[in-house]
Design a binder for this molecule. Sequence first.
Ligand code: ADP
Ligand code: MG
Length: 224
Amino acid sequence: AEQLALRSEKLSVLGELAAGIAHEIRNPLTSLKGFTALLEERETEKDKKAYISVLKSEIDRIEYTVNELMMLAKPQKVEMKLVKIEELVRSICIFLQPELALKNINLSCDGNSPSAEVLCESNQMKQVVMNVLKNAIEAMRQGGHIHISYRYKEKEMSIVIKDDGDGMPEEILQKIDTPFFTTKQTGNGLGIPMCHNIMKLHHGEMKISSIVGAGTVVELVLPY
Ligand code: ADP
Ligand code: MG
């Protein structure tokens, strides 16, 4: 009976996953269908251009979801290199600058060594830090502070990303590693599961703690 229970548990997890994937892909597909039909009816170049740009962004959405799913299933080629943490953070901040400015969020960074490095697959580690920073930004309404610090511990490098956004209660904290779990209207709930997976592949870990109303702290620990 125990085996059976375990099996039906697995099946329901699989069912939830399948439902999540279907949902993430069906929404943009529905909109692709609708706009393609509209495109057939419209005569003017201006209308056509507007519809095509919607088509493109919906295609991007599907591509984004599929890429994240691939990363969950099996990350692509792994090329471990020593990467300077400050450079890694800087290259991501360039992308996030518009969002940070728009929300009036101040981002600061300090560590105990400007030349501190981590051994990692640089694209994957960028994705992890990018996702954590995006979550931090999304947890803030107007104004706020994100602080990144890093330090060598014994045989480990620890990168700590702290935000003073909304934070989350224990019930949510327990669910955030579940694929497709999201509390956001436009979220896909794949960010944290993907981060966990990448950290695991690096023999590292991601620890999250949070206080409602005070903010969230994410610690990324990597061996070196
Ligand atoms: P998504 O961002 O698409 O919702 P994630 O896997 O990145 O998916 O995050 C899952 C959920 O965890 C979010 O919907 C949010 O409720 C919560 N969460 C993650 N990071 C933070 C944070 N820094 N502050 C508050 N809540 C967070
Ligand atoms: Mg996210």
